[in-house]
Design a protein around this ligand. Sequence first.
Ligand code: FEO
Length: 398
Amino acid sequence: MHTTAPITDTVHWVGVNDWQTTLFESLWPLPYGISYNSYLILDEQVALIDTVKEDCLECYLEKIQQLLPEEKGIDYLIVNHMEPDHSGAIGILKKFYPEMKIIGNKQTKRFLDGFFGITEDVQAVAEGETLDLGEHVLQFTMTPMVHWPETMMTYETGDKILFSGDAFGTFGALTGGVFDDEVQISWYEDETLRYFSNIVGKYSRMTQKALKKLDSIPLNVIASTHGPVWRRNPQRIVEIYDHWSRHKAEEGVTIVYGSMYGNTTRMMEAVARGISETGISNIYRHDVSVSHPSFVIRDVWRNKGIVLGGPTYDQGLFPSLASITDFLGHKELTGRVAGVFGNYGWSGGAVNTLSQFVENREWENVDPIVEVNCTPTSKDLEECRMLGRHLAERVGSP
Ligand code: FEO
C-alpha cells in the first residue's frame, strides 16, 4: 500500500518522494529530497495531472492502480510541464493506458514528439479552453517560461484547485504530511526560496505575467508539482512568489568571498564588522570554497546587500568565486546593492573582475572598493570596515 492523499473525495495526490537523487537537474543539491507531485481526478472521465520522474515509476503506477476503480482506465493525461522530473513516466504510462489522450499545448506537442516520439492522441489546448470530465471542469491557462516554454496551469473550476506546475513549488520531500496544514511550513521556507531562486527566478518577468493572470481567480487549493499542497493558506505562497519575482529583498547582506591563506578572510571580517555596527544583524556568510552556488544564490535573492570579495589567482578572479558569479549571473537578478574587495600578490585582477560583474548587473556599487597588496594593513582593514558601513547604510535605506 503506497501513500496517497485526498484533496477532495474525487481529487487525489498521487505524487512520489525522491530521496535518492542528490542533485536536481544534476546541478542543485537535494539534502532533504524532493517530491514530484501528480494528481488523479476520478470522474466519468478520469484525468491524471502531470506524472513523475521515470525512476519513481513503479511506486507511482501502484498508487494510481490503488485508486482507480476496476473498470476504469485513464482517459486524459494533462501535461502542465514537460521537464522530465514530471514527464519521465509518460512513455511507459502510455503503454499501460493506450487509450489515454494527452492534453497539452502547441509547445507540449513538440516536446512529446522529441522526448517520446508520441504524436498520436495528443490534443493541444489554448488559453481559457476547458475540458469537461463530468462533474469536474478543467480550464487551462498558458504560463510560458514558468519554467519552460510549454508550461501551463490547469484550474479545476468547481473546487477551485489550481494545478500550478513548478510555480509555488519547493525543494524538500514530503515527510508524512502532504498539505501545508500537515507540515511545519516554516521549515520549508528556505527550501522554497532556494527552489525559486535556482529554478524559476531567472524567469521572474514571466512569473509576474502568470501571477497577473491568477489575480482574478479564486483559489481554494494550490497544488504544485513539488512540495506541500497549499489548502490552509494558498494566498501566502502567491504573496511570497510575488515578492521574490519582483526581486524585492530583506534588509540583510550576503557576503560571498574566497580566501587562500586567510588575508581575504581578515578583510571579510572587517567588512562584516562594519555592517554589524550599523545595526544590521542579517549577515549571511558564504566561503565559496565551502558553499554550493545553490545556497549562495538563495541568500543573494533573499538580501538587498551583497559583498563580493576574493583573491587574484593567475591574474584573474579566484576560480571558485568566478564559478559562483557565473552561476549568479545566469539568474538575472536585479536591484542589489554591492560592495567589492579583494587582494593580490604580484598583479591585480580580482577586484576589476568583480566590479565589472556588479556593473554588468546594473547593481549599485558602494564605495570604497578595497584592493590590497598581500596582507591587509590596519589602514586597509579600516577601509574594509567603512565599506561595510556604507553598504549597510544603503541596504537600510528605502
Ligand atoms: Fe519540476 Fe521544471 O520541473
